[in-house]
Write a protein that binds this ligand. Structure first.
Ligand code: ATP
Length: 540
């Protein structure tokens, strides 16, 4: 599937629009249209239902070391600035950027690639933002232009191997930047903190500076004691939160994949240190299954364990759930969710202050005067097991997902083109969004075949019977074939049509989006039938 087709369908049918489009758009910001808002809500609600609301606190789920409780939180976007100093985001949450003095473009250092070549004794590095074959083609073309050669002279260029990252190049003097005409126009890489800053209150002073949260997780850690003191949860238990996060990404791109404002769905799961490796494995597998249950069942989804070199300094294990988005080079995957074993790093940080690793230990980072670089709260965030009397700092397993990336993956996976007969029985190409029924923005569409003979009245009756329970859509305009097509593009799994036969025997047709099969049921059974078919869908 080409990404352009999906992006254009998203705009045409009201899934996703560019933010502030009438003013030329806002880079890295996206709005969800009438269909998109329902889809994204269904993604978030499925997550909340499956992880929190419908979780059985009393049963031991398959693969889990024991039963566990789940609860939720909804914290503010602007928190005490010390939260981000202690968590490490203030000092460490940055990417490296390079600027081009000539083109005035800005790039993320690790996203620029290129290749070395020599021509007439001159060795240069031709940089590009493109990957794979497109990157090779672009570097070739730009090298020809740089050396004033024609296409037929391409063999004169002595290339040294494949595209490599700009991070492998120490000196930029011989680098031809991705949009530059001359060599050596890129600045050395500089740190760029991804947190958005703002000021709270009337004074724009350093003291009034605050940050828009770059993740929802910290709100959970700083409320750990509140949750323990106000509810009867016992370790092991999880706290879930979903909501907006903000990152001033240097190069937002790939549709909603890398946005500057996005929504996260995060769980912090607190457990006894001795059981944490088992809980890590449980959550990794449980979260992977959530995506496959909702339709990401093919080869485009994978679970990837991080190598030891990739692990954060506090983590004993991390896995990413990744999807082969169509805008990536073939063989590349993009992160949908990370599941990390974080040990006691977060709770200890908020007790003691910002931590750093010293050998095998985590210790409070000190400044030049020997004082903590960023002070913790000083509050006791340990847990006392009232049955064993043991007091300890729980370990944390963190499944951290993005609602927008998940929504995008479901959209990519759903997009399909097949052949279906039109009004006259002629086969035509049809665009169909094969969204899982739980995620589909509209569950059923109700049509009167024609706008007369009492058919609209019967169809409206059916519409009103289902609407309090499911999102349904009533449509009486245009040829029925066209109405089916519109619903196929919206991902509506079922269409109910009132026709001539309804007026004699009270039956209607129900059409299945994927099989195109039409069966007749009695008009009074529509709600039950939708419920039944939705149930079947929910079980995958
Ligand atoms: P990446 O390496 O792609 O920037 P990350 O490892 O920084 O992602 P995390 O900090 O682990 O991401 O955030 C958890 C989840 O939040 C990600 O798996 C992703 O689904 C989502 N997410 C993070 N950054 C963005 C973004 N800029 N736009 C949309 N979703 C995001």
């Amino acid at each position: 599937m080409e990404m352009e087709k999906l992006v254009s369908l998203c705009k045409r049918r009201g899934f996703i629009f560019q933010s502030s489009e009438i003013y030329g758009g806002m880079n890295g910001c996206w709005d969800y249209g009438p269909l998109g808002v329902e889809l994204k809500r269904n993604v978030k609600e499925s997550w909340w239902r499956d992880m929190v609301a419908a979780h059985d606190d009393l049963a031991v789920p398959s693969g889990a070391p024991s039963a566990y409780e789940m609860t939720g939180l909804d914290c503010t976007i602007i928190m005490h600035p010390q939260v981000w100093k202690v968590s490490g985001h203030y000092d460490l949450f940055h990417d490296f950027m390079v600027d081009c003095r000539q083109s005035k473009h800005r790039y993320r250092h690790d996203q620029v690639r290129g290749r070395w070549l020599t021509h007439r004794g001159q060795r240069i590095f031709v940089a590009t933002e493109l990957v794979a074959d497109e990157g090779l083609a672009e570097t070739q073309q730009r090298a020809l232009k740089f050396f004033n050669l024609r296409g037929k002279d391409a063999d004169d260029l002595a290339w040294e191997g494949e595209l490599v990252s700009l991070t492998t190049v120490a000196d930029f003097a011989q680098v031809l930047g991705p949009d530059a005409k001359e060599l050596g126009t890129l600045t050395p890489p500089r740190e760029f903190n991804l947190m958005f800053e703002t000021y709270v209150g009337a004074m724009r002073s350093e003291d009034a500076k605050a940050f828009l949260r770059p993740e929802t997780a910290q709100g959970i850690f700083v409320n750990f004691k509140n949750v323990l003191d106000s509810s009867r949860v016992r370790v092991p238990f999880g706290i879930a939160q979903m909501g907006k996060s903000f990152r001033n990404e240097i190069t937002p791109r790939n549709f909603t994949f890398r946005s500057r404002e996005f929504e996260q769905m995060e769980i912090e799961f607190f457990c006894h240190p001795s059981q944490s490796p088992d809980w890590y494995r449980y959550w990794r597998d449980r979260r992977f299954r959530w995506y496959t249950d909702l339709g990401l069942a093919g080869e485009r989804l994978r679970l990837r364990e991080h190598t030891v070199e990739e692990l954060s300094h506090y983590s004993c294990g991390t896995a990413d759930i990744e999807y082969a988005f169509p805008f990536l080079a073939s063989g590349d995957f993009g992160e949908l969710e990370g599941i990390a074993h974080r040990g006691d790093f977060d709770l200890r940080s908020h007790m003691e202050g910002k931590l750093v690793r010293k050998g095998n230990e985590l210790v409070v980072e000190l400044d030049a005067e020997g004082k903590p670089r960023h002070r913790g709260s000083g509050k006791d965030l340990s847990y006392r097991d009232d049955l064993t009397n043991e007091r300890y700092i729980p370990h944390v397993i963190e499944p951290s997902a993005g609602a927008d990336r998940a929504t995008l993956a479901f959209l990519c996976e759903a997009y399909a083109e097949d052949q279906a007969p039109d009004e006259s029985g002629k086969m035509q190409t049809r665009v169909v969004m094969r969204l899982h029924p739980r995620l589909a923005p509209i569950k059923a569409a109700i049509f009167p075949l024609v706008r007369k003979d009492g058919m609209p009245e019967v169809a409206q009756e059916i519409y009103r019977a289902i609407k309090p329970h499911y999102t349904v859509f009533y449509d009486e305009k245009g040829a029925v074939g066209r109405r089916y097509r519109r619903q196929d593009e919206a991902g509506t799994p079922f269409c109910i049509t009132v026709d001539g036969q309804t007026l004699t025997d009270g039956t209607v047709t129900i059409r299945d989006r994927d099989t195109l099969e039409q069966t007749r049921i009695h008009k009074s059974e529509c709600l039950a039938e939708i419920r039944n078919r939705m149930g079947r869908g929910a079980r995958g």
